[in-house]
Design a protein around this ligand. Structure first.
Ligand code: ATP
Ligand code: TZE
Ligand code: MG
Length: 282
């Protein structure tokens, strides 16, 4: 992280990065779960990025080198998809293209946890999960064998993000990735510094795949500022949270929040980010 970023400067940093996403419109390859494909693509489009949901192994050598960033999300993992996930991540590692791992429901099964551990070895730039996912992956990646004692409830977290601070720091240190934990306070760490983004509304948890969407938004932000992945991840989480806060003013429930969040993300301006972004060092 740029150590000079003060709390009041995060709003302008988030605005600068969102403006870069809008002007560069980075191509983001998403190998993501079936549930999330629509909202992830619409989130990226409304932020100004260009999503492409390609996952056939045969297409990767042609396509992945053209992407500005990659998302690998294991939400609806099956054995037939894993080789393409690994091949795309390996290409990104070779080409120094940023890529972001979303370890959805990491501890749901040994197969899934082992897949996440193997993907971690391919040096993701950022890992973004909810607290239960990060705790499970952190425990498993620190152990010799893929196992976890961490509680979980499928794709939903049973922990608060603040319960995952030490796990996130350990995972960042063992993997070399920036680690982001979503929740009431979004936490981002490189293993040393810990930054909290306090934006968002609880109703966002009642829309499926908002976490997957913010993972993809992180990829778009990292794509336009590769050398400052921590700042980019914090900014993306804050921007998505502000869109949720503004959208909530018009929403009647999860379905209309989904619509208004995407509209607000599309319409965000400098003054909204300067007045709403709430990021602190933890
Ligand atoms: N209590 C809360 N208050 C404010 N914002 C929240 C709260 N809980 C979650 N969020 C926001 O909701 C979004 C999704 O986070 P969440 O932790 O629910 O992801 P997830 O569990 O991975 O979701 P999914 O698996 O459905 O994609 C993030 O932008 C996060 O900041
Ligand atoms: C509900 C669900 N199940 C597998 S992936 C997914 C989307 C939220 O992660
Ligand atoms: Mg998730």
């Amino acid at each position: 992280m740029d150590p000079n970023t003060t709390e009041t400067e995060w709003g302008s940093k988030a605005w600068r990065l969102l403006s870069e996403v809008r002007s560069q419109s980075p191509l983001i390859q998403c190998i993501t779960n079936f549930v999330s494909m629509d909202i992830v693509a619409n989130t990226l489009l409304s932020a100004g990025a260009s999503p492409a949901m390609l996952h056939a192994a045969e297409e990767l050598p042609d396509f992945t080198p053209r992407a500005a960033a990659l998302v690998v999300n294991v939400g609806t993992l099956s054995p037939s998809w894993l080789p393409a996930m690994k091949a795309a991540a390996r290409l990104c590692m070779t080409l120094a293209t940023p890529w972001v791992l979303d370890p959805v429901a990491a501890s749901a099964s040994a197969f899934r946890l082992d897949a996440c551990r193997e993907l971690l070895k391919l040096r993701p730039t950022v890992v973004r999960g909810n607290a239960s996912e990060i705790i499970a992956l952190s425990q498993a990646s620190a152990a010799a064998q893929p196992h976890t004692n961490a509680a979980s409830k499928g794709v939903d977290s049973v922990h608060k993000s603040m319960d995952a601070v030490e796990a996130a720091k350990l995972l960042a240190r063992t993997s070399g990735a920036i680690v982001a934990v979503s929740g009431a306070t979004d936490i981002v760490t490189d293993g040393n510094r810990v930054v909290g983004a306090h934006n968002g509304v609880a109703m966002m948890q009642k829309i499926t795949a908002t976490g997957c969407s913010v993972t993809a938004l992180i990829a778009a932000f990292v794509a336009v500022d590769k050398s400052h992945a921590l700042d980019a991840a914090v900014s993306a989480l804050a921007v998505f949270g502000v869109a949720g806060e503004l959208g909530m003013k018009m929403a009647k429930g999860p379905a209309s929040l989904r619509m208004h969040l995407i509209d607000e993300l599309y319409g965000l301006d400098e003054s909204a980010l300067n007045s709403h972004v709430n990021v602190t060092s933890l």
